[in-house]
Design a protein around this ligand. Structure first.
Ligand code: GDP
Ligand code: MG
Length: 293
């Protein structure tokens, strides 16, 4: 029997719904989602497996102007999205007029790859706003297949998949047909903890932290995990810990519950905080934390 397989890379501005889309398509929560920019730092793949096709989606960080090395490396993930794609998905929301990053926007306009423009969050818009946006994008990107969608409500997901299957070549699967991602459990534990910090802290805190699972011991009844939370400054440590330690406690207990769900086992989670002044700008450390290019 014929089998198709291909790579689909999703790019767009911060907060348009790229991660929500990938999770909806794959049917699993792989990428963390918040209403804050830069929630996605890595390139995360999600694999959709059906009997006669395999689609490998890749979720990337939103396009921003880098202010420090971590963000530069995050944008390298975005640029690499052009290299190994069979279909490029460019996601926008209703009312938006394209990327501020001209360079990247021109790459999209000039790409030879099959291009799909997804107009997201139509659940928030009036019918005529959606029509105006479609008209705008038809002029802007005449070669793109345009689809209005709601990633949040799952509207038009089947249509997206059908159009992609149409564009990918005959090929054996690239990954095991049981796989849904290439990232480790360790990675997802780190992401779950970072998600709780994004949820509960404002301003610079979420952008200053990095998580590293240092120990993972599986015993018969319980998994013992020790995850270091790195911050840039001593003062941030205090903010994270919070009054009477309640801040850190809340992060720990919410994260533990999600990790238990993921691993389907009881978890003991320790989350000590360490100050690490330069992790966002130090090549060696960025590489260690998985942001190398
Ligand atoms: N109303 C609405 N909100 C959405 C939709 N898709 C995503 N969102 C919300 O937009 C915010 C950013 O989503 P996320 O997937 O993290 O965006 P990303 O930065 O592009 O990965 C979150 O609060 C989502 O719940 C949608 O179709 N409709
Ligand atoms: Mg994201």
């Amino acid at each position: 029997m014929e089998h198709k397989a291909g790579f689909v890379n999703i790019i767009g501005n911060p907060n348009v719904g790229k991660s929500t889309l990938m999770n909806a398509l794959v049917g699993q929560k792989l990428s963390i989602i918040t209403n804050k920019a830069q929630t996605t730092r890595h390139r995360i793949i999600g694999i959709l497996n059906e009997k006669d096709y395999q689609i490998v989606f890749s979720d990337t960080p939103g396009v921003i102007k880098p202010a420090y090395k971590l963000q530069e490396n995050m944008m390298n993930f975005v640029h690499s999205a052009f290299k190994d794609a069979d279909v490029l998905v460019y996601m926008v929301e209703v009312g938006e007029k394209g990327l501020k990053d001209e360079n990247l926007y021109n790459r999209i306009k000039e790409t030879k790859l099959p291009l799909m423009l997804l107009l997201n969050k139509i659940d928030l818009a009036e019918q005529d706003e959606v029509m105006d946006a479609i008209e705008f994008w038809e002029k802007e990107l005449p070669n793109a297949m345009i689809l209005p969608i709601s990633a949040l409500n799952g509207f038009n997901m089947n249509e997206i998949v059908a159009k992609i299957v149409d564009k990918i070549p005959d090929s054996p699967p690239y990954y095991d047909k049981d796989a849904i991602t290439d990232k480790s459990e360790r990675f997802f534990i780190e992401e779950i903890i970072r998600e709780k910090i994004l949820k509960h802290y404002k301003k610079e805190i979420p952008y200053s932290v990095e998580i590293e699972v240092e120990e993972f011991f599986e015993e018969e009844e319980i998994i013992r995990i020790r995850a270091i939370i790195y911050v840039l400054r001593e003062s941030q440590k205090g903010i994270l810990i919070g009054h009477k330690g309640l801040g850190l406690k809340r992060i720990g207990s919410e994260a533990r519950k999600d990790i238990e769900k993921m691993l389907d086992k009881k978890v003991f989670l320790a989350t000590p905080i360490k100050v690490n002044k330069n992790w966002r700008n130090d090549d060696r450390q960025l590489k260690k934390f998985g942001y190398g290019s």
